[in-house]
Ligand binder design. Structure first.
Ligand code: BES
Ligand code: MN
Ligand code: ZN
Length: 474
């Protein structure tokens, strides 16, 4: 689904209704600039400019003259430059624009309104998942201010929508082949090379991917896309593509399995990010590797105690078949590292422990590269797409020791689960490679102003910003 929520001034072709972003401190001064009818109406309705409060103001003939949008007071927990995303679903039919004349009213050190982020949030907030249920179309449009790069807003929105759509699609309609199909169709849009590795080739080239996916009637595969000038810096993205995670023989209880269609959230995020990078034409050589499997139960299922020789040559003792994500990522990371990329990123719905630590909305980041971490954290703060560093604590690495294989894939303790998973992944990447791993949730339990509840494209706006700054044309 491509967004039609945003219009450039040229596309609007007519006047738009002004939306006035106001705070409890500025609302009175803004109302003074409006006709008496509007002032009276705002008073009667008790408009206080609380965070997210929206009020349509009548003109003298009963037409819609203007809109007040509350940004909240300085310390309101709901205050966010993305708050105006609410407007996409709150406004009636029509073309609207932000009135930036109110900008000057805010304190210089308290700027609660950012035109770019507000426009982006509107586009992101207009998302609906209507593949299985008809939902009424949104009929409000935001006419972007003349200083807004609408192409950039659409590029980011399209990447985010792609990721959300993939996560929201249920596992009965999204198996490994369909996930690979999503990569292939993106590749064809941008003239990227694409191939999959399957069957006996998968078993020799990506033995852990094969082992994890063996139980399912829907065959496992490795999707491999390459784009861009080989002389440019090499960026490789690896995304966990577990289309459904039953836990395998270490079966999850019902409550733990309910949401596991989203276990390909890492793959969805990398696809969304790849879309942004290619659409922007960033001067990089991009590669995307997606191990796509269903972690199912059958007579062919891998078992606790099994030992497999990974692509890298390390033997891995299976401790728990529900820790499948790190196994499929390990082989893909080893492949990625063989060409010594300038930057290697993995994204995965990898551990419940990450959720215990930071909840659904924040994304733990694991990396030994302090420079990259500083860059991505700065981007995350600027884009309001939160990322938080957690430790890759080397002394815990020995928890992965196995008595019978080169390593075990679980720590076997009730501690530091997200860090242990990240340490496992790091065993498959050369110490000289700049590598960052993001443990995403991929799901919004509740609606936010810029997104409905459901599939959530986390950390990719931050990553796109970071990569644009690092590698952009300047
Ligand atoms: N896909 C899950 C991780 C997950 C669970 C993410 C719940 C979000 C919410 C992953 O494959 C998994 O099951 N991990 C196990 C690992 C454990 C067996 C070492 C976990 O985190 O419990
Ligand atoms: Mn699992
Ligand atoms: Zn999983």
């Amino acid at each position: 689904m491509v967004t039609d929520a945003i219009l450039s001034p040229g596309e609007a072709g007519g006047p738009a209704i002004p939306v006035h972003p106001v705070t409890p401190d500025t609302v009175a001064r803004v109302l003074e600039t409006l006709p008496e009818t509007a002032r009276t109406y705002a008073g009667i309705m008790g408009f206080t400019a609380e965070a997210g409060q929206t009020l349509c103001l009548p003109g003298d003939t009963g037409s819609l003259a203007a809109v007040l949008f509350g940004l909240g007071s300085a310390n309101a927990p709901a205050r966010s430059p993305l708050l105006p995303g609410k407007l996409a679903k709150a406004l009636p039919a029509g073309n609207f624009r932000f009135d930036e004349g109110t900008q000057g009213l805010f304190d210089a050190d308290d700027q609660p309104f950012d035109p770019r982020l507000a426009t982006l949030a509107f586009a992101l907030g207009a998302y609906r998942f209507d593949a299985y249920k008809k939902v009424p179309p949104l009929r409000s449009h935001l006419v972007a201010g003349p200083q807004i790069d609408t192409e950039e807003i659409r590029r980011i929105t399209d990447g985010v929508y792609r990721a959300r759509d993939l996560i929201n699609r249920p596992a009965n309609d999204l198996g490994p082949a369909e996930l690979a199909g999503a990569v292939e169709s993106l590749a064809s849009v941008h003239g990227a090379k694409f191939h999959t590795v399957t069957g006996a080739d998968l078993e020799t080239e990506y033995p852990l991917v094969h082992a994890v996916g063996a139980a399912s009637d829907r065959a496992p595969l490795l999707a491999d896309m390459t784009w861009g000038d080989p002389a440019h810096p090499k960026i490789t993205l690896v995304g966990k593509g577990v289309v459904f995670d039953t836990g395998g023989l270490d079966l999850k209880p019902a409550a733990g399995m309910a949401l596991m269609k989203k276990d390909m959230g890492g793959a969805a995020a990398t696809i969304g990010l790849a879309s942004m990078i290619m659409d922007a034409g960033l001067p990089v050589r991009l590669r995307v590797l997606i191990p796509a499997v269903e972690n199912a139960v059958s007579g062919r299922a891998f078992r606790p105690g099994d030992i497999f020789k990974s692509r890298k040559g390390l033997t891995v003792e299976i401790g728990n078949t529900d820790a499948e994500g790190r196994l499929v990522l390990a082989d893909a990371l080893a492949r990625a590292d063989e060409e010594a990329p300038d930057l290697l990123v993995s994204m995965a719905t990898l551990t419940g422990a990450a959720r215990v630590a930071v909840g659904p909305d924040l994304v733990p980041l694991f990396s030994h590269d302090d420079g990259f971490v500083a860059d991505i954290l700065a981007s995350a703060e600027a884009q309001y797409d939160p990322v938080w560093r957690l430790p890759l604590w080397r002394p815990y690495d020995k928890w992965l020791d196995s008595k019978v294989a080169d390593l075990s894939h679980i720590g076997g303790k009730a501690f530091a689960g997200a860090s242990i998973a990240a340490l496992f992944l790091n065993r498959f990447v050369d110490a000289g490679t700049t590598y960052a791993h993001f443990d995403i949730y991929g799901w919004a339990p509740e609606a936010r102003p810029w997104a409905p509840a459901g599939g959530d494209a986390q950390a990719i706006r931050s990553l796109f910003d970071c990569l644009s700054r690092r590698y952009g044309k300047a």
